[in-house]
Design a protein around this ligand. Structure first.
Ligand code: G3I
Length: 331
């Protein structure tokens, strides 16, 4: 998949973690198939910040060393998110110290990886229309303590720390063709349009793509949204793709075919947009997927959302991704 993507000027890769590095077979396959690595947890606050005064880059650096030793690019995920925060955070953060806490974190982390990270997810999942705000923003601890301007401040601070890094706004649940997702898309578009108007250094949109196998994720509203994002001059990245098979029949062959079909449909749809030049899956093998713990099947059968099965055998999804890359136009 790495080679097929590179031939078209596309970067293909996956999330990886130090937790999996003792699995030599998986690590080897990862290095052969991936041109970009995204730390699954190692660059989040919970891993980087043992205390308000200290940073621990050990695990992040281990992943960077592995990536650079295998000529794999390195994506940063994520500088500002209301999840994966350290245990001390909620008791420590106040309206007085939140801005300094956030900017100091961004400056320190981005400077530490300056020239090593190709692109950063600066802000992750900042929209939640259900929270009832006119701008559709999520009422996160960052918004509560700093205000909606925390997003602009985060991007300007990241750019100050590494002017060469590509800075991404990363979001989920914007793919399906339903009214909730349409409201989210409108809120994301308004946010990015506003940031661009004020010359805030945001360079692209990350579409997580944790999609259900049965969902319609190639609808006209989504297509219109992607065109509007491109018209803003932003690049589009698929940042955390997996195809959820929770609601599919138990039969493995049937499931794999339906999962593969969704990979094929979704990727060939997205790759029509020339600004899509990065495709990242959230793990490569069903052996290591967050869906095993976060989204179990009702029948408790192991989930199969990724291009390699538990035994590290390529599934129909692998071939679907390969074919979509081979059929894509050269960027
Ligand atoms: O490493 C500790 C371990 O020492 C401890 O014994 C264990 C039990 O508490 O927890 C382990 O940490 C877990 C970590 O994954 C590593 O496995 C955390 O509890 C758990 O919360 C963390 O989950 C990650 C989650 O983000 C939160 O950071 C998932 O692996 C990761 O796949 C998930 O990824 C997110 C993206 O960042 C954003 N988009 C959605 C996506 C899926 O939720």
């Amino acid at each position: 998949m790495r080679a097929a993507a590179a031939e078209k000027g596309i970067l293909f890769g996956s999330a990886f973690s130090t937790i999996y590095m003792s699995d030599e077979a998986y690590t080897r396959e990862f290095a052969s198939q991936c041109g970009v690595l995204v730390p699954e947890v190692e660059l989040k606050w919970a891993a980087l910040r043992p205390s308000p005064e200290t940073f621990d880059f050990t695990r992040g650096d281990t992943l960077y060393d592995f990536a650079s030793a295998n000529n794999i690019l390195f994506r940063g995920h994520t500088l500002v998110w209301e999840n994966a925060l350290p245990s001390w955070f909620n008791a420590y953060v106040t309206a007085r110290n939140a801005e300094q806490l956030m900017t100091n974190h961004i400056l320190s982390v981005v400077r530490h990886y300056a020239g090593k990270v190709t692109s950063w997810d600066v802000v992750n999942e900042g929209v939640q229309v259900q929270d009832g705000r006119a701008d559709g923003l999520k009422v996160s601890s960052w918004l509560q303590h700093i205000g909606p301007e925390y997003i602009e401040l985060a991007f300007r601070t990241a750019h100050q720390a590494d002017p060469k890094a590509t800075l991404i706004y990363n979001e989920n649940w914007i793919e399906p063709d339903d009214s909730d997702s349409e409201k989210r898309r409108r809120a994301v578009l308004a946010l990015l349009t506003n940031l661009r108007k004020r010359n805030v250094p945001v360079h692209g949109l990350g579409i997580q793509s944790h999609i259900f196998a049965e969902a319609n994720v190639t609808g006209p509203n989504f297509r219109q949204f992607l065109k509007e994002i491109e018209d803003l001059g932003l690049s589009i990245l698929i940042t955390e793709m997996d195809v959820r098979d929770q609601h599919l029949p138990a039969d493995i062959h049937t499931r794999d075919q339906l999962v593969a079909e969704q990979y094929r449909n979704y990727l060939s749809f997205l790759l029509q947009f020339r600004s899509v030049r990065t495709i990242v899956t959230w793990g490569l093998s069903d052996r290591y997927t967050w869906l095993s713990t976060h989204n179990k099947r009702a029948d408790n059968l192991p989930v199969r959302p990724l291009p390699y099965d538990f035994e590290l055998k390529p599934t129909a999804a692998w071939q679907a991704i390969q074919t979509a890359l081979e059929q894509a136009s050269t960027r």
